[in-house]
Ligand binder design. Structure first.
Ligand SMILES: Cc1ncc(C[n+]2csc(CCOP(=O)(O)OP(=O)(O)O)c2C)c(N)n1
Length: 621
């Protein structure tokens, strides 16, 4: 195997083109084989195998800086930069990260996970390089989906003006996770379906060169001057050139020879260059090529058939949310659904199927999604914006300035709240209770199970003001789904009485706390358990009364302690001048690594067993 001889990108340099092609095949096989066991971002990584080989062949990393946007496509990069032997540990606890990580390798020059950051980061690196008088290259690789994100546009705008030497490689596979959306995507399609231009330009240039000396040179000068006009005749728009970029491409992203040739040509061009590369998402694995959306991020699968191994019996919160929203929207025509490029991930794919006229995928544009929803709400609609907790961070000002300040009835469906598992710290959602709780006018709910999620969705939709419901990744508890009923805003619920101590919990932690309390009851320790249901407004009456009755209380939440549910309970106790000793349990003030959700919760003391031990120590102690 050629791959066995590759310990760093420097080893690529002595390979011939046929050997590079063989190597690409070996890398692809390794990715398929490994991800079929570990799960991970398969289709994005398969699409850039040749591009990665060519980049590392043409560049001199780690001196040259290679920034991967999102970073979910960087598996081949990891394999070629000295991490082949550890590749089997990708996305496991203490294993390789599923994304580039500076702490992991000197070849990962920037940590990523969220979309559309690469050009900003690369531009910053280019400026730092120039200030230091260094000469290395800086390259950003960004997908067409991520290029349509607001940050990428902002960076393109800035880089076009700064004119630093910077190469932006556009990995255009016509997909985000789902099919790409937006008119910018249509523009890219127009460029790529007019390949005639590049060969036309080259042909004309060569032809002019063949004219006699005194005619050829001036005509070429004239041609250069009118080049833009020519281009506009053949390729509409030319946005990149007009923004100040030298545009190259489109080039076939699976033709290694062409990629190497063009990269060697453009790598040292002065100023910003945009190289447009066309790739096939999932390339080389038939099931992924034919259904790239399903194979974007996968669990373990059968590498022969592509069948997923993880067949869930119990529906996930996401599925229950998606199906319930369709049910409610059929009865209320004001309800519209908004996703920022995650129809499948947020469970809105069934809304897309069943009520397409009220479904909006805005692309990777969380900020726009929220203000767009606010606009619709201001005109009487009931928008539900379903966004992962971690990505909602992008739209924070929009929640405050465009939604809450105007008290607009937008429902934020905050999926993947708490720990998400294998995607790790870039994707965990441990902050939303803190960052949402401090916003005036916002009602903040957290269901303890998938059945309560339905009632909370109904509650939020009926509420004449902004609201957010946060729920975790993965399967629910398997409780029966009942007829949903709206809850009175700001009311908690006592799940069990008990005289030996008080447990106050938020969200799914309430169910875990109840289970732990039931275990302890069997040992003779009788704890009262209250499900807060509303983190804001908090039920001052029920919780205040319970705090008065107990000398010691404990709060439980799957959120950082700073500013979270426990902090709300402490503030309540203080405002009521109660002396109850309150212990807050939750997530630590540190970024939690990747690993299975259940393992992480156990390590952090929030699993049923660990919570039982902690409650026992606290109340019996
Ligand atoms: C801010 C943000 N929103 C959403 C996501 C989820 N996400 C991960 S990859 C992806 C699609 C990216 O599309 P593209 O850049 O074209 O790369 P491809 O997967 O097609 O290679 C999305 C929406 C994210 N990582 N960051």
């Amino acid at each position: 195997m050629i791959l066995d001889t590759i310990h760093s990108p420097a080893d690529l340099k002595r390979l011939s083109l046929p050997e590079l092609k063989t190597l690409a095949g070996e890398v692809r096989e390794l990715i398929i084989d490994t991800v079929s066991k570990t799960g991970g971002h398969l289709a994005p990584s398969l699409g850039v195998v040749e591009l990665t080989v060519a980049l590392h062949y043409a560049l001199d990393a780690p001196a040259d800086k290679l920034v991967w946007d999102v970073g979910h496509q960087a598996y081949a990069h990891k394999i070629l930069t000295g991490r082949r032997e550890r590749f089997a540990t990708i996305r496991t606890h203490r294993g390789l990260s599923g994304f580039p990580k500076r702490a992991e390798s000197e070849y990962d020059c920037f940590d990523t996970g969220h979309a559309s950051t690469s050009i900003s980061a690369a531009l910053g690196m280019a400026v730092a390089r120039d200030l230091a008088g260094d000469r290395h290259r800086v390259v950003a690789v960004i997908g067409d989906g991520s290029l349509a994100g607001g940050m990428a546009f902002e960076a393109l705008n800035h880089a076009g003006q700064l004119k630093r030497n910077l190469l932006v490689v556009l990995n255009d596979n016509r997909m985000a996770i789902s099919k790409r959306v937006g008119s910018f995507g249509q523009y890219l399609t127009r460029i790529t379906t007019a390949p005639a231009y590049t060969s036309f330009e080259k042909g004309l240039w060569d032809l002019l060169g063949k004219l006699p000396g005194d005619l050829g040179q001036p005509t070429r000068v004239l041609f250069r001057r009118f080049r833009e006009g020519f281009k506009n005749l053949i390729v509409p728009g030319l946005t990149f050139e007009e923004l100040g970029y030298h545009y190259e491409g489109p080039v076939d992203g699976h033709d290694l020879g062409a990629l190497v040739e063009i990269l060697q040509r453009v790598r040292d061009l002065p100023g910003p260059t945009l190289l447009h590369v066309l790739t096939v998402k999932g390339k080389g694995f038939q099931p992924a090529e034919s259904d790239a959306e399903r194979f974007h991020g996968v669990c373990a699968f059968d590498p022969e058939t592509g069948d997923f191994r993880d067949r869930k019996e119990v529906p996930s919160y996401t599925e229950v949310f998606g199906r319930s929203l369709v049910e409610f929207a059929k009865a209320d025509r004001r309800i519209v659904a908004v996703t920022a490029a995650m129809p499948e991930g947020t469970g809105l794919d069934c809304f897309r199927r069943e009520i397409p006229e009220r479904f909006y995928d805005v692309g990777i544009a969380e900020q726009h999604a929220l203000t767009f929803a606010a606009g619709m709400a201001s005109r009487g609609l009931r928008p539900v914006a379903a966004i992962y907790s971690t990505f909602l961070q992008r739209g924070y000002d929009q929640i405050i300035h465009d939604i809450a300040l105007q008290k607009l009835p937008v429902v934020l469906a905050v999926d993947r709240a708490g720990l998400v598992g294998e995607d790790g710290p870039t994707h965990h959602g441990p902050f939303d209770l803190s960052y949402l709780r401090c916003i005036p006018n916002l009602t903040l709910l957290a269901p303890r199970d998938e059945d309560q999620l339905r009632s909370m969705l109904l509650t939020a939709l009926a509420h004449d003001g902004p609201s957010a419901i946060r729920y975790p990744r993965g399967s629910g508890f398997g409780v029966p789904l009942t007829q949903p009923a709206a809850l009175a805003i700001g009311t908690a619920e006592t799940l069990r009485p008990g005289g030996d101590g008080l447990v106050l919990a938020a969200g799914v932690a309430a169910t875990v706390a109840l289970q732990a309390a039931q275990d302890l009851a069997a040992e003779g320790l009788d704890l009262e358990v209250i499900d807060a249901r509303f983190i804001k407004p908090i039920d001052g009456e029920l919780i205040g009364d319970a705090l008065r009755r107990h000398r010691a209380a404990c709060t439980v939440e799957e959120n950082v302690l700073a500013g979270g549910f426990g902090a709300a309970v402490q503030a309540l106790a203080q405002s009521l001048r109660l002396g109850t000793a309150i212990t807050c349990l939750g997530l630590p003030d540190s970024f939690v690594e990747a690993g299975p959700r259940s393992l992480l919760l156990d390590l952090l003391g929030l699993s049923r067993g660990k919570l039982r031990d902690r409650l026992r120590a606290l109340f019996r102690g």
